[in-house]
Design a protein around this ligand. Structure first.
Ligand SMILES: [Zn+2]
Length: 285
C-alpha cells in the first residue's frame, strides 16, 4: 500500500464516511476534453454543496455521471461571473424550477455569490429562462449575496467567504471546517495571494489552479492569463504547509497523461499529498 492510499484509508475510518469531494470538472475555460472546473462537497449521504457550475448544459451530464440528483442540490456557491463557472447555473435554475413546478423537488434552492454577481445571474436568467420558471426566483430560488469576510451556515458548515482580489473579475473563495475537523480552503481559479495567508496556512485541503506544467509555460502562456503552473502551485502549497493539494482548472491537451505528468513535476516542489484529479474522481475528505 502506498503512502497516499494508507492516508486515505485512515481518513475514511476516522472521519465521517459520507464527507467527500466529488470533482465534476477539472478544466479551464477553453477545454473540450474534460468539463470546466466545478465540484461538489458531499456533506451528508443525500446532500451536496455545489461550487461553481461549469459553462453550460454539460453540468447536467456531469451530475448524472456522478450520481448526484438535482433534488439533492439545495446549496450552490458561484465564485465569479466568467462563462466557464456561471452558465451551468442557468441550466440548474431552469431544471430545478421545472421540478419545483412538478412537485418533484422539496425545499428551496439557495445560491450564494458576491453582490455584483447577483444582477448578472438575474439578467441572464431573465433573458433565457421561461417566465414561469424565472418567477420562482425570490419565492423558492434565493440568490443570497455574501460580503468579504462573511460567514454563512450551509448544510453542516460555517462557510467563510473572502474576496480573492482578482484584477480580472471580482471573485470570491471560501474556507470551512469539515465535520471531521479538517480545514478546506478554496481560492478560486486564480493564484493564491498573500492576503489569504492566514486562511490558507496549514490547510488540510488546499484547492488551487494549475493552468499547465511549468515545463510547458511557453506553450500555454499561463502568466498572460493571470494563471500559474504546477510548479508554482506546489511551491505555494509547500510554503503554506498545506497537507493535501488538489490541482484543477488546467489545460486539456495533456489530458491522457495529465495525472502522471503533473504529479511528477509537482512532486519536486511539494512534499504533501498531491492530487491531480480527473473529472468525476471522488476524494475522501
Ligand atoms: Zn475559470
Amino acid at each position: 500500500m502506498n503512502r497516499r492510499s494508507g492516508n486515505m484509508f485512515k481518513r475514511i475510518r476516522k472521519g465521517n464516511c459520507m464527507e467527500k469531494l466529488i470533482i465534476l470538472g477539472t478544466g479551464n475555460a477553453n477545454v473540450t476534453r474534460c468539463f470546466n472546473t466545478c465540484f461538489a462537497i458531499q456533506a451528508r449521504e443525500d446532500e451536496y454543496f455545489l461550487v461553481d457550475t461549469g459553462g453550460g448544459n454539460g453540468i447536467l451530464a456531469q451530475l448524472e455521471k456522478a450520481d448526484i440528483p438535482l433534488t439533492q442540490i439545495h446549496e450552490i456557491f458561484l465564485s465569479h461571473e466568467h462563462t466557464d463557472h456561471l452558465l451551468g447555473l442557468i441550466w440548474l435554475i431552469r431544471m430545478i424550477a421545472a421540478k419545483m413546478k412538478q412537485d418533484q423537488y422539496q425545499g428551496d434552492l439557495n445560491i450564494y455569490c458576491h453582490a455584483n454577481l447577483k444582477q448578472t445571474i438575474l439578467t441572464i436568467a431573465k433573458l433565457t429562462v421561461q417566465d414561469k420558471f424565472f418567477a420562482l426566483i425570490g419565492k423558492r430560488i434565493f440568490i443570497h449575496t455574501v460580503a468579504d469576510g462573511e460567514t454563512r451556515r450551509i448544510l453542516d458548515y460555517d462557510v467563510h467567504f473572502f474576496d480573492i482580489r482578482s484584477t480580472k473579475a471580482e471573485q470570491y473563495g471560501f474556507d470551512l471546517t469539515l465535520q471531521n475537523g479538517r480545514r478546506f480552503v478554496f481560492v478560486g481559479d486564480e493564484p493564491y495571494r498573500a492576503h489569504e495567508y492566514e486562511l490558507a496556512r496549514g490547510a488540510d485541503w488546499f484547492l488551487h489552479e494549475a493552468f499547465c506544467l511549468y515545463s510547458q509555460a511557453d506553450v500555454f502562456k499561463p502568466y498572460e492569463k493571470h494563471h500559474t503552473t504546477v510548479k508554482e502551485a506546489c511551491e505555494t502549497a509547500q510554503m503554506l504547509g498545506a497537507k493535501n493539494l488538489i490541482l484543477y482548472h488546467t489545460e486539456d491537451r495533456n489530458i491522457q497523461n495529465r495525472k502522471a505528468l503533473y504529479s511528477k513535476e509537482g512532486g519536486a516542489y511539494y512534499s504533501g499529498n498531491l492530487f491531480v484529479p480527473d473529472d468525476l474522481d471522488v476524494i475522501a475528505l
